[in-house]
Design a protein around this ligand. Structure first.
Ligand code: ADP
Length: 309
């Protein structure tokens, strides 16, 4: 018998991953939202519950509704859906709050419809939610949420998403200073041109990071976690960024950078113990300068969205 309702975990995601501005992303394992999606007799999509964050419940103003409508328009399905959203990820935190909702909606609807769409199709629908959230239909958060692990958006025209192998002992530490930076605002301050010298450094690092992930070469991953283009500009908006980065490296992190458009900062480590030590070092910095924060230590999530009981 086919199901009428599912409860899912929708992972938080780190986009950009230092050198991979707008192309790389990775999913977290124990940080994310929950959603319940059920078929309904009434056509269309309704957000019937939204807990944890003050966000619009109007279908056209919520990324889950917009992404879901994009799927329905393509499927021509006569079904309707109700969506409940239990937000754990704060909006504007830089760990893919909007992407968790837009991917969760389309992934669950596809399950309930008997999987008529591919994961790549779901990325396209979820990108419509991102368009609502930030004005740009980017895929660097929605791709890892749907595919799991690390993803590379090689091209948008046509959309080409590549899953990248993830070493088993790779852990992320994420610290979220309690200030809000809107993705749309942090895009405005970026330069639209770059020098050839900066381009060369950046694509060297992207290639190095991808190679390091596939070959499980943790030192190469660490050496490649550098961003010469976006980080120097965006980090100005993040309190204590340089200090957090230096203490993370001293505590054993492979590398450290801005998560998405910030203000969250991420570090990667080999092994959970080191990732915990990095979390302690990061929190110490914010305690000293008096900034409130949330901190997470998570294994990399290689499955993406999953059904929970
Ligand atoms: P993040 O990088 O954490 O996703 P963004 O600033 O990109 O943060 O997206 C948050 C924006 O999307 C906010 O303006 C918020 O009002 C809007 N939004 C609409 N629906 C949702 C939703 N279901 N979850 C999160 N944000 C949503």
């Amino acid at each position: 018998m086919s199901k009428n309702e599912i409860r899912i975990f929708c992972p938080a995601t780190i986009a950009n991953v230092s050198c991979g501005f707008d192309v790389l992303g990775v999913a977290l394992d124990n940080v994310g939202d929950e959603m319940v999606i059920r078929k309904s007799a009434e056509k269309g999509i309704r957000i019937t519950k939204l807990e944890g964050q003050d966000l619009p419940m109007d279908t056209h103003q919520n990324v889950a509704g917009v992404a879901g409508l994009a799927l329905l328009a393509e499927s021509g399905s006569p079904e309707g859906f109700e969506i409940e959203i239990y937000k754990k990820i704060k909006a504007g935190s830089g760990i893919g709050s909007s992407a968790a909702s837009s991917t969760g909606a389309v992934w669950a609807m596809n399950e309930l419809l008997g999987k008529p769409f591919s994961t790549l199709d779901l990325v396209k629908f979820a990108m419509e939610g991102e368009r609502l959230a930030s004005g740009v239909a980017h895929a660097d958060n929605v791709a890892p949420a749907l595919f799991g692990g690390f993803t590379l958006v090689r091209s948008y025209e046509p959309l080409d998403v590549i899953s990248i192998h993830c070493p088993n002992e790779l852990y992320a530490t994420v610290i979220h200073p309690q200030i809000e930076i809107k993705t749309s605002d942090s895009r405005k301050i970026l330069k639209t041109h770059l020098t050839l010298a900066d381009g060369i450094k950046q694509w060297g690092n992207v290639g190095g990071l991808v190679a390091g992930l596939f070959t499980e070469d943790y030192d190469l991953i660490g050496r490649s976690l550098q961003d010469h283009i976006v980080e120097p500009i965006r980090s100005i908006l993040i309190p204590g960024f340089d200090k957090i980065k230096s203490v993370s490296k001293e505590a054993g992190a492979l590398g450290c950078g801005i998560s998405g458009s910030g203000p969250s900062i991420f570090a990667f480590s080999k092994g959970k113990d080191t990732a915990q030590k990095v979390a302690e070092a990061m929190t110490h910095v914010y305690q000293k300068i008096g900034v409130d924060y949330d901190v997470h230590v998570s294994k990399i999530n290689t499955e993406g969205i999953k059904i929970i009981d």
